[in-house]
Ligand binder design. Structure first.
Ligand code: SAH
Length: 397
């Protein structure tokens, strides 16, 4: 008998686990002697030991499977975590560098549900969202300090999902010295990252590949960047030769940071506007303005199943307004980060947004999050970020 608590799956859940599904709900579990926040041995309906799992009694997702051989002790689990961390970091070797911003651990995709680790130059940021992982936080911090020797290690635990696991929300320095701002370099552009108060863990690392795509198509274009945050896309566009960029966001501090970054990079042609993106688009159209590249990267409009209908309406309206400010041959880069809105649903919404316009809309490219944010094929929910690059084509001008 092992000392580890066990969770036994139902026959149906056993089959799903064998196909690689990592998430299980209350009615997937036949029996358990686990307590909230335990690391457990996951057993099949025939009581065969299958994997290591994380158990959370109050959360909707009761059990998250890590894979691996079931551990015999807490120390064995910490050795397992350390090995997973090392492997995950080494998979990102090609993306790493002294000034790089890169996600080192992407939860389920790297076999550590409930753990995200991002590195911004010499600053590492952790985000733990599982009680079973939180219980081994000191071991994770020690492993990261050994592997990365960071100048600072910050916990960004100001995320609501922690409450589901009975964990408090806070932001704290776990190791080293406090750095309010760190610089990273991406595709030749320097971005300022604020690990303590920036969005997410400080920066939208998941749009790295899409910013590169923007840099490559921006030459000679007039750009409007809606939901710009710190102007990530505007800066990429200006570095790629855009003639001008208007960054629009509701956050004054994000826009100030966009301006500062443009100056630091020596880019001219950035204009910032604090506004509601929906209203700003209407005003641009009313003023008869047209753009060669429009970027819309809103926050998730559908954060839960209940919000799907309203969220869909939001995407449809927003994209319709955005298509209407395109100049002939203009490009629209449209992004969605709601995992409840799947890629086919999103494309259908774009199709509806484009219906009845007096020009054709072509789909030029589909884009996903970068290689350091891989989606787990057996967990469709992990494919949250998708973008489409559309083009206005006037067949009969
Ligand atoms: N494109 C950015 C990330 C955008 S995040 C990048 O690559 O870094 C979404 C942004 O939308 C946030 O900065 C938030 O302040 C802003 N936002 C949310 N709702 C808004 C609205 N109705 N109008 C304008 N900005 C909004």
């Amino acid at each position: 008998m092992s000392a580890t608590p066990t969770v036994t799956l139902t026959p149906r859940a056993t089959r799903a686990a064998k196909r690689g599904r990592p998430w299980f709900f209350a009615d997937d579990l036949e029996q358990t002697d686990a307590a909230d926040g335990d690391v457990v041995q996951v057993r099949s309906d025939r009581s065969q030991a299958m994997a290591i799992g994380l158990y959370a009694e109050r959360a909707r997702i009761r059990l998250r499977i890590c894979g691996g051989a079931p551990p015999r002790s807490a120390t064995a689990f910490e050795d397992f975590l350390r090995a997973r961390l090392r492997a995950s970091i080494s998979r990102r070797e090609a993306l790493r560098g002294p000034r790089a911003g890169v996600r080192l651990v992407h939860a389920e995709a790297d076999g550590i549900p409930g753990l995200v680790v991002d590195q911004y130059a010499d600053c590492a940021v952790v985000q733990i969202s599982a009680a079973a992982v939180e219980a081994h936080r000191d071991a994770i911090v020690a492993a990261l300090v050994d592997e990365l020797a960071p100048r600072s290690l910050v916990a960004r635990h100001d995320i609501a999902v922690r409450e589901l696991e009975g964990l408090g929300q806070d932001v704290e320095l776990l190791h080293g010295e406090r750095q309010e701002r760190v610089e990273i370099e991406e595709h030749g552009v320097v971005h300022g990252v604020h690990p303590f108060d920036g969005h997410k863990t400080g920066f939208y690392l998941d749009q790295r590949d899409t910013r590169l795509a923007v840099q490559r198509i921006a030459s000679g274009r007039r750009v409007v960047d809606l939901f710009s945050y710190q102007g990530g896309f505007s800066l990429a566009a200006l570095s790629g030769g855009a003639t001008s960029a208007i960054a629009i966001d509701q956050s004054a501090s994000a826009l100030e940071r966009a301006s500062a970054a443009a100056s630091a990079n020596g880019f001219e042609g950035l204009e910032i506007r604090r506004a509601n993106a929906f209203e700003a688009l209407r005003e641009l159209r009313a003023a008869g303005e047209a753009f060669d590249l429009v970027i819309v990267d809103p926050p998730p409009f559908a954060k839960s199943k209940r919000e799907i209908a309203g969220g869909k309406r939001g995407y449809r309206d927003l994209n319709r307004h955005a298509l209407r400010v395109l100049a002939p041959d203009g490009l629209l880069l449209s992004c969605s980060c709601s995992h409840h809105v799947t890629p086919p649903m999103f494309e259908d919404l774009l199709r509806q947004a484009a219906a009845g316009l007096r020009f054709r809309v072509m789909l030029r490219q589909r884009l996903l999050a970068g290689a350091d944010h891989p989606a787990c094929l057996s967990l469709p929910e992990s494919e949250y970020l998708k973008s489409c690059l559309l083009q206005r084509v006037d067949l009969d001008p």
